[in-house]
Design a protein around this ligand. Structure first.
Ligand SMILES: [Zn+2]
Length: 357
């Protein structure tokens, strides 16, 4: 799922593939439907392919502009328009969550980085809720995922066994919309270490949107991605843990154990997941948290600024060590202490980045 063409999903292939091997026939059927749906979405998008900037509707007034659609229990995007900018809440919580979380993400980029939407030019934020998919047996089942398809967000309602509706999590929405920001900036190739960095920056700004919205300082925040989209169980805390990669879920009946490494010595070098884009992102994720905790205060103020400026400067194909070098260079503009903290954070996860004094 989500392997070749970058329809960028929050739930990675290693989770969906694990569900395919479940001892629960219903869970297996849903996983198959998820994989088929992703292939169909990619094919549909390939037929209508165009540059994101050509497809993106503009905000009429040039500022925040959101449109939320309801797929109406169908597998076609975008669906029926149910809430537009300026309209108040509706009865459906999924619609309001998609609307509010897209708004918080817009406000975060605007307030912290003076960025006007994903493209920097007032692009309308489009989201579709209640997306379903055919399960091959004549039924439609809720999508067990949320994704950015290059033009818009789409959210499923989850199976109620492992996943809940995907609009529940602000950091998931921030993550997916950051894929949009990246498509207009560094546009990191979605494969190998470049792809893991693409996932990494999406996690960084996803978690920062939440911390900013809730006023959480770096030393008090948790660094979990997607805890609200999981049905609660003692064996699962989130989809990823940026501070302690590899521990978000452990020994779970359905999910197994989180495969993310926290150090270069455990870099995944296989072919799955586009060369481990959702796996190896654990390494830079931990570097970011270490830097944020060392630099202290609000993670979005200093560390977030360093990472944002770095993201804008990265080449399309980029390895971890090149990203680390650029991060340290960017931090140097803020002083020697910042450069040393960022360099030490990367060194801690096994990525060398020199400080040029
Ligand atoms: Zn992603």
């Amino acid at each position: 799922m989500c392997q070749r063409d970058p329809i960028q999903c929050i739930i990675p292939p290693y989770i969906t593939e694990r569900l395919l091997r479940s001892d629960d026939a219903e869970v297996r059927a849903r996983a198959e439907a998820n994989i088929t749906a992703a292939a169909n979405m990619r094919a549909a998008r390939a037929r209508g392919r165009a540059a994101p900037s050509l497809m993106a509707p503009r905000a009429p007034a040039g500022g925040k502009h959101r449109l939320v659609y309801d797929a109406n229990k169908c597998d076609k995007l975008p669906g029926v328009l149910v809430r537009s900018e300026g309209q108040g809440p509706v009865a459906d919580p999924a619609v309001n969550e998609a609307f509010d979380h897209a708004g918080a993400t817009y406000d975060f980029y605007d307030a912290v980085f003076k960025r006007n939407s994903l493209d920097g030019d007032g692009m309308t934020l489009v989201g579709t809720v209640h997306l379903v998919e055919p399960d091959g047996r004549g039924r439609f089942v809720p999508l067990d995922n949320a994704f950015w398809d290059g033009r818009q967000m789409a959210y499923g309602d989850g199976d109620g066994v492992i996943f809940q509706r995907f609009t529940r999590s602000l950091d998931v929405v921030g993550h997916e919309l950051t894929h949009g920001v990246q498509s207009f900036t560094s546009n990191l190739e979605y494969e190998g270490q470049s792809g893991a960095l693409n996932e990494h920056f999406a996690d960084v700004f996803g978690v920062l949107v939440r911390q900013w919205k809730n006023g959480e300082k770096a030393d008090r925040a948790d660094w979990l991605i997607g805890k609200e989209v999981l049905v609660g169980a003692p064996t699962r805390r989130g989809v990823r843990d940026m501070e302690h990669p590899g521990t978000a879920f452990m020994g779970d009946r359905y999910l197994g154990t989180d495969p993310q490494p926290e150090h270069m010595s455990k870099l995944y070098e296989g072919q799955s997941d586009n060369g481990g884009v959702h796996i190896n992102s654990g390494i830079p994720n931990r570097a970011f948290v270490l830097a944020a905790k060392t630099l202290g205060g609000n993670a979005w103020d200093v560390t977030g600024r360093i990472w944002y400026d770095t993201m804008l400067r990265l080449p399309k194909r980029c390895e971890f060590h090149e990203c680390a070098e650029l991060c340290v260079q960017t931090a140097s503009a803020l002083g020697a202490d910042a450069a040393r903290a960022v360099s030490a954070a990367w060194a801690n996860v096994g990525v060398a980045a020199k400080v040029y004094a």
